[in-house]
Design a protein around this ligand. Structure first.
Ligand code: GLY
Length: 315
């Protein structure tokens, strides 16, 4: 194929997505992949595409990110997001914000304008105000589904996320026409968690990583496990060692399983635009599109799907 390859892959969480919720997860991921690919096609950067795709997922109440996030033990949203530019290896991330409708947008502002990489809580929100990003009422990010779950939690009918199957971080990895990669994640974290809890999603090298010399990775699953093995870096190291995108994702999952008996999902995009998908959870909501495809493809199960022959897009 002549000309540069552009590609984007997104995820909408790795967990036991109930069958009645799968269509919405698939539709949300497809829409986000199309949004991101549209940005790339219009000449946007990988960073632009990742942010645009994740913003769409943050707006979609289907997912545990932005509006629709699960509630903490205190009964409010607790949001994290992070973003890495594979060209410069610069990072922007925020954790434990409550009044930010698009944490990934704030993460980008941290990356570009703060001189820091990770801002948390009140300081992150004050930085948002200083940079002209409007804050919202935390309640505007809470949907009825999560209000009901929290009521069930308070009434003792459910105690942990396991009682309703899990949650869905969202994320994306993109390759632009200049051969640059970016990766990011956004999440409402784990339901009923302690105030101040931060998982893998905003932590570079753990929940996401991008290096334009190699590839980009975004992870989803239970952050307490992912943090302990720096999961995204495991996949990147496998890519650097010559693994293809699918094998890199599977190797990382193998480390997670052997080391901490964890389960997760990964999306991987190598510098040639080859997609890898792998999950050891029941489902991985995902979608991708690359140059040469007429539309995004995706779904909620990628058990055998990886960048192996059955899913490797045309070169
Ligand atoms: N993977 C998202 C979290 O555990 O917060």
């Amino acid at each position: 194929m002549d000309g540069p390859i552009q590609a984007i892959v997104v995820h909408g969480g790795a967990w036991s997505i109930p069958s009645e919720a799968r269509a919405a997860h698939r539709a949300g991921c497809l829409a986000a992949a199309e949004r991101g690919f549209g940005v790339l096609s219009a000449g946007g950067s990988a960073l632009d595409a990742v942010v645009a795709a994740i913003e769409l997922l943050e707006d979609d109440p289907t997912f545990d990110a932005g509006r629709g996030s699960v509630l903490s033990a205190e009964g409010r949203v607790q949001l994290d997001a992070g973003l890495m530019d594979g060209r410069t290896l610069h990072v922007g991330a925020v954790a434990n914000v409550h009044r930010v409708a698009h944490p990934i947008r704030l993460a980008r502002v941290v990356l570009e304008r703060s001189g820091h990489h990770l801002l948390v809580g009140e300081g992150a929100e004050q930085f948002a105000i200083a940079q002209g990003l409007a804050l919202v009422e935390p309640d505007s990010l809470v949907v009825d589904r999560e209000r009901q779950r929290y009521a069930d939690f308070l009434a003792g009918r459910i105690a942990t996320e396991d009682d309703f199957g899990g949650h869905d971080t969202v994320g994306a990895v993109a390759l632009d026409g200049d051969g640059q990669l970016a990766a990011g994640n956004s999440t409402g974290g784990v339901a009923f968690s302690l105030p101040g809890r931060v998982g893998d999603a905003p932590v570079p090298g753990v929940g996401y990583v991008a290096d334009s010399r190699t590839g980009g990775v975004a992870c989803t699953g239970w952050g307490e496990h992912i943090l302990r093995v720096a999961l995204a870096t495991r996949a990147l190291i496998a890519l650097e060692g010559g693994a293809d995108a699918g094998d890199a994702a599977r190797e990382a999952l193998g480390v997670l399983e052997r080391s901490v008996q964890g389960r997760a999902g990964l999306i991987v995009l190598d510098r040639h635009g080859r997609v890898g998908l792998a999950h050891s959870t029941q489902c991985l909501a995902h979608a991708y599109r690359r140059t040469g495809m007429t539309e995004a493809v995706g779904g909620t199960e990628a058990a055998t799907a990886s960048s192996g022959p059955s899913r490797r897009p045309p070169r």
